[in-house]
Design a protein around this ligand. Sequence first.
Ligand code: HEC
Ligand SMILES: [Cu+2]
Length: 137
Amino acid sequence: YRGQCAEFCGASHAMMAFETVILEPAAFDDWLAAEAVPARAPATPEETRGAELFRDEGCGACHAIRGTDHVATIGPDLTHLGSRNSLGAGILEVTRADLAQWLTHTGEIKPEVAMPAYDWLGPEDLTALAAYLESLK
Ligand code: HEC
Ligand SMILES: [Cu+2]
């Protein structure tokens, strides 16, 4: 079921969708157990580079990835970002292309968002960062 934020909360209020997924009890228990597990470690050189960029670009000032040193709570917890059904509250898909789009055009996609746009990242760094984020299943 699609849900929508019900109280006017700022310029991007109309872009605050969420999805409720109804599961049988056993499937819900499986989902909950998977969510409780810390993040996967990077498995390829590209993902490792992405994790380094995450640290060096200061993403951890606002985000948590459980199982790493990043524990901030200003932005969403990204521990299992790759298993989400959408990005930015229903706006984009969790693909490398959309992740790169989000990282470089954050405020254009979502006005008044409390995350800076990382428009200085070159194509290779962007791909590595997106690959790492997508791997966080
Ligand atoms: C100043 C705080 C801040 C910094 C620094 C920051 N973010 Fe964010 N980020 C946020 C906030 C707040 C949101 C939630 C945006 C929304 O949907 O309203 C967000 C959302 C995201 C999302 C979408 C998450 C979701 O639940 O859909 C991703 C992916 C993301 N950030 C990655 C990054 C990466 C990678 C970096 C570093 C290059 C970074 N962020 C740096 C605050 C920050
Ligand atoms: Cu709202």
